[in-house]
Design a protein around this ligand. Sequence first.
Ligand code: 5GP
Length: 166
Amino acid sequence: MAAEISAAHTDGVVLVAVLKGSVPFMADMVRSMTVVPVIDFMAISAYAADTGRVRIVKDLDLDIMGRDVVLVEDIVDTGLTLHYLLAELGRRQPRSLEACTLLDRTSRRIIPTPVEYRGFEIGDEYVLGYGLDYAQRYRNLDRVVVGDLTVLRDDPDAYVASLHPR
Ligand code: 5GP
């Protein structure tokens, strides 16, 4: 994806990572890019699950008007978050606006949302690690693993000891 984005944006590109889950992915990706990206961050908080209503809790520092922008996500599930963010950033009149996601679960999509750069398509399994959390745990794992949501709801730390061997 770093090569693809670099090839498509030889004039440079603004990468906007959505905090916090996409941080490890973005960090690895920028190190493989062959154009010099400008990076910025946004943080959002969901009001309620699957409503698509989110609140910006940290906005961009940059003005993206007239810039080529790629939004970097960890996972696109229902598409509600990405849809909201693309609409919000689109209002700021970037020259181009694309989406990049490490993981894509198209089977759960509620709103069709364009994703120009996709790492891996995944199924229904809940994933953790490499930025992805459950109740703020597991983000620091160097890989993506599958977790059982019923186990995690019962004990958010259920996999901590086995996934972080001392
Ligand atoms: P959407 O708005 O597309 O339904 O949801 C996107 C957000 O839901 C992601 O940024 C992520 O925070 C969360 N999410 C969706 N599926 C998973 C998953 O399998 N594991 C984790 N850790 N978070 C997920």
